[in-house]
Design a protein around this ligand. Structure first.
Ligand SMILES: C[S@@+](CC[C@H](N)C(=O)[O-])C[C@H]1O[C@@H](n2cnc3c(N)ncnc32)[C@H](O)[C@@H]1O
Length: 235
């Protein structure tokens, strides 16, 4: 990464009673100078920390392709957005603060953290909205229809058993006008390469995918290891 995300985003222990021992906060500065304060758990599963791919995607949402206050452009304003595997919720929160109407989804066990982070950052959500909901990949998506304008997912391609249900969920949720924006960190450890390969083999049966070059991403929060893709249903 051209910027050291870890040092740029201070980790500070919180001092609100019982939460103190369980949470650390990560600060993500937005282009307008305001800051998202994301609580992460000091113990727990993969979803309870902010992954670098999420920061790269969150900062991409603020690039001029989407949001340019000088030119009066805001592609997020009033758009419906659904985030899959939201974890702490940072990507969805960024979209909501930019004016989108967002549903952040994850497994049941991540709902408390999502609620806490939405509560702590609600003051930055002025024109948009954000709600947390349970969505387990592969399960019924009726309550999330009609098709959203955008589906966002950061660092969700990482274990073999999830690949088929994840692609099914994308297929069920995406309509002809839905843009899926996906970030993932390319890892060489374990079975990651095989998992990625299987994901893209399945995905490309119904979708087309275009990689966003580094120069179109946030200049500070980007990395050759972290890819951003725009994915759409094939015509
Ligand atoms: C590596 S974490 C990424 C979290 C967050 N997007 C980020 O990048 O910081 C993967 C997320 O996918 C969620 N997840 C894993 N399997 C899932 C499933 N079958 N259905 C729904 N969410 C799932 C996890 O709970 C976790 O929050």
């Amino acid at each position: 990464m051209s910027h050291d995300i870890t040092s740029a985003n201070k980790m500070a222990a919180l001092s609100d009673g019982k939460e103190e021992a369980r949470y650390f906060v990560r600060v993500i500065e937005k282009n307008d100078g305001s800051c998202l304060h994301m609580k992460q758990c000091s113990e727990g599963d993969v979803g309870c920390v902010v992954w670098d791919a999420a920061i790269v995607l969150a900062k991409y949402l603020e690039t001029k392709a989407f949001w340019d206050p000088d030119a009066g452009t805001n592609l997020w304003s009033g758009k419906t957005v659904l985030e899959l595997g939201a974890g702490t919720g940072v990507v969805g929160l960024m979209a909501a603060t930019l004016g989108a109407n967002v549903t952040v989804t994850d497994l049941e066990e991540l709902q408390h953290l999502l609620h806490v982070n939405i509560r702590d950052n609600q003051c930055l959500v002025r024109h948009g909205s954000i709600v947390p909901k349970v969505l387990k990949w592969g399960e019924d998506v009726t309550e999330f229809l009609p098709h959203p304008d955008f589906i966002l997912m950061a660092d969700c391609i990482y274990y073999e058993q999830s690949v088929e249900p994840l692609v099914k969920t994308l297929r069920d949720l995406a309509g002809p006008d839905t843009s899926v924006i996906c970030s993932y960190e390319q890892r060489t450890t374990g079975h990651n390469a095989e998992v990625e390969k299987k994901f893209f083999q399945l995905l490309l049966q119904d979708f087309q995918s275009k990689e966003i070059p580094l120069e179109q991403q946030d200049p500070e929060f980007s990395s050759p290891d972290i890819h951003i893709l725009h994915i759409r249903l094939r015509a």
